[in-house]
Write a protein that binds this ligand. Structure first.
Ligand SMILES: [Fe+2]
Length: 348
């Protein structure tokens, strides 16, 4: 190992030692690969030097970032959103839309986005002028693809998962726009109409993909829940595809972290806590835990307000209790998991 100042620490270096908070809490484990976000955290924690492994990581940054979001990602994202929008508008008009071709081109774009380093740290920032439904489809495709990788599914299946993710809400093309985009609470009747999108998606995809194909089944099953409380068939976990359960987690996460017509986005730590809770009853626990483990890093750096009036930045999230992270207030670290009298009140 060798000592290196933060100014010389570039993406791809590997930490040769773990980094702990003064309270003894592990902040970064040995072996952490340095990226821009890790470098910022190290600097925020007041470190000027770290030890890195002699051998440099083989992984080099694949894009030169012009800003926080690589231009290649923005371009692929917009292309995918455009394709989904055109297809769904066509279906709404009753046009014949080549869905196999749509699935093929969108899943390739989605896999390209998912292969970018650190995509999870800015995925929620991707925003296009288009409607939520179209953007949501693409983001769920990206998240589902990442989950397929993290769950170590065979690479040959990743494309199917990407296709299932990006086409999961296609049936919403048949839901009236005044209901789909209604601000405020839906009536019971309106909710029942929205819920038809699962069966509608399955009917739309089946002629091209086959009624038992992964994309058709995921469109049908992504609102089913482990305990049988979902819809449309109230299926239990064992009767649904793994891909449907992957899309369910990606769907819930993106819905909660996005601004919607009837609900503003929720802070990352609150979303993680809700996912944790859901993993015991309604969402697949293995899929959810894998997801939380990877997403937990993204919440770092969020500026939050504490119940004692102080404002600080999240520097570490406990996987088991994301609502009570370690927060840096100036040079002081407050571990909320050990300070029961203080709690988070929201993003500052
Ligand atoms: Fe849906």
């Amino acid at each position: 190992m060798r000592r290196m100042s933060l100014s010389g620490l570039v993406t791809g270096k590997v930490l040769a030692h773990s980094i702990y908070a003064p309270s003894g809490e592990l902040l970064l484990p040995k072996g952490t690969k340095v990226n821009e976000r890790i470098r910022l955290l190290l600097s925020k924690w007041g470190l000027s030097e770290v030890y890195v492994e002699e051998e440099e990581s083989q992984e080099q940054p694949r894009t030169i970032k012009a800003g926080p979001i690589p231009a290649t990602v923005n371009r692929a994202y917009r292309q995918a959103v455009d394709k989904i929008r055109q297809a769904m508008e066509g279906l709404r008009r009753g046009d014949c839309v080549p869905l196999m071709e749509l699935g093929r081109s969108c899943s390739q774009l989605v896999m390209k986005i998912a292969s970018e380093p650190d995509v999870l740290s800015y995925l929620h920032l991707l925003n296009y002028w288009d409607d939520y439904t179209f953007q949501h489809s693409v983001k769920v495709g990206v998240l589902a693809t990442l989950l397929a990788q993290w769950l170590k599914m065979p690479p040959s299946e990743h494309l199917q998962v990407a296709t299932a993710g990006v086409l999961h809400d296609l049936g919403k093309a048949l839901v009236p726009l005044e209901i789909l985009n209604k601000p405020g609470r839906l009536t019971t009747e309106e909710l029942a109409v929205v819920r038809t999108h699962c069966l509608a998606g399955h009917s739309l995809l089946s002629p091209d993909f086959g009624s038992d194909s992964i994309p058709s089944r995921a469109a049908l099953e992504h609102h089913e829940r482990m305990d049988g409380s979902g819809y449309p068939q109230r299926l239990r976990a064992q009767d649904t595809l793994l891909t449907s359960r992957i899309v369910a987690v990606a769907d819930v996460y993106d819905a909660m972290t996005s601004d919607r017509v009837y609900q503003p986005r929720q802070p990352g730590y609150a979303v993680l806590a809700q996912l944790q809770e859901s993993s015991f009853s309604v969402l697949d626990p293995r899929v959810t835990q894998t997801f939380v483990e990877h997403v937990v890093q993204r919440v770092h750096g969020q500026t939050v307000r504490l119940s004692n009036g102080l404002v600080g930045q999240v520097v570490f999230v406990h996987e088991r209790d994301p609502q009570r992270p370690i927060v840096a207030v100036g040079k002081r670290l407050i571990d909320l998991s050990r300070q029961s009298a203080i709690h988070l009140v929201g993003e500052a």
